[in-house]
Design a protein around this ligand. Structure first.
Ligand SMILES: [Zn+2]
Length: 349
């Protein structure tokens, strides 16, 4: 029996709800696994480097992805390969001033601070002071061998996208009052700058990834993150997380329904931003599904086959032929969810 003779058709809204439920299950499966727990343990061992050291690392080893000292690597069951040259960074030299140093007496108000530690004689110690910097050496993961590290980061999508999907998504972004650019995104795969009203998506990624990123940024625009979260982006990681969860869930629904599966990217991305709390995803379901529906309506993806998304011929094929994307070199490593401070008004994906 051909599919066209099927008598039971599912409401498109139910279809979207089902696809969303599948997404939540996938994130739940990922974050409840042993590999995820191990990845979090390992991530906690790596320090966050200050800007000057990020610069130093970038100058000496531009392709570095995960950097640590010898002791960190050894604790993870890995060792630095013989002959590898360390990456020189600056480590602060901190020391407590000697007690007989007249300039180092602990101020009375500080001496009463509970955080000030006691020394062996039970007296309050002076806080550590920065005395300068010394050079230490760290190594990139590629310079080490041993126990494999769990790799649960979002994987850039590869291959082509349904015809004109990225272009049509870009049209909808423009219709929302934003300019659309392609080019480097400072380590992200795309971003929406609400201040300059520009959406930018990397131009050196496969067509599939570019279309997915375009859908993510359109998600930020359509879910009105400009007014709902903009003021909090700088100060509240929680608001940022909610915005990213919504944008990526919308992107997942839109691309899945248009014939572009994005699990490899979306599931780890959502796991990272939700911190494994799938209730965040469930709480966003109503808004995410409604927003995805408006985008799909505008794309004229109306589920013509009523089949499972990503398996039937993509409805978006109805658009005219798009010239093949020009891939300008290898894709950079996938971004981990951003947890640092962003420029105000900018949302990266
Ligand atoms: Zn984003």
């Amino acid at each position: 029996m051909s599919r066209s003779t099927a008598t039971v058709r599912t409401d498109p809204a139910d279809r979207l709800a089902a696809v969303h439920a599948r997404l939540v299950s996938a994130v739940e499966a990922l974050t409840s696994g042993e590999e995820w727990r191990r990845m979090l343990t390992i991530a906690a061992r790596f320090p966050t480097y200050r800007a000057n050291n990020v610069l130093l690392i970038g100058l000496q080893r531009p392709d570095a992805t995960r950097v640590g000292g010898i002791r960190t690597w050894n604790a993870l069951g890995r060792r630095v390969r013989t002959g590898e040259k360390g990456i020189a960074i600056l480590a602060p030299c901190l020391s407590r001033p000697r007690r007989n140093d007249a300039t180092s007496q602990v101020p009375t108000n500080q001496a009463r601070t509970p955080q000030t530690p006691l020394d062996r004689e039970g007296q309050r110690e002076a806080p550590k002071e920065l005395r300068g910097f010394r050079v230490v050496h760290v190594f990139d993961v590629d310079q080490t061998i041993g126990e494999p590290l769990p790799d649960l980061q979002p994987q850039l999508l590869t291959g082509s996208a349904p015809r004109l999907l990225a272009a049509r998504l870009a049209e909808l972004i423009r219709a929302g009052g934003f300019g659309v650019e392609r080019g480097p995104c400072h380590g992200a795969n795309g971003y929406t700058d609400f201040t300059t009203r520009i959406v930018r998506v990397r131009d050196d990624v496969p067509q599939a990834q570019a279309a997915k990123s375009m859908a993510h940024e359109l998600g930020h625009v359509r879910a009105d993150h400009e007014h709902r979260f903009l003021a909090e982006y700088r100060s509240s990681l929680g608001c940022r997380a909610q915005a990213e969860v919504e944008a990526e869930s919308i992107a997942y629904l839109v691309t899945s329904m248009a014939g572009l599966p994005s699990e490899a990217y979306s599931v780890p991305y959502l796991a990272g931003w939700s911190g494994g709390d799938t209730d965040l995803l469930r709480a966003a379901a109503t808004r995410v599904i409604a927003t995805a529906r408006t985008i799909l309506d505008d794309l004229h993806v109306d589920d013509p086959h009523n089949g499972p998304p990503g398996i039937e011929p993509p409805a978006i094929e109805a658009f005219s032929v798009e010239p093949p994307a020009t891939e300008r070199g290898p894709a950079l490593g996938p971004d981990m969810p951003q947890t640092g401070h962003e420029p105000p008004g900018r949302s990266r994906s």
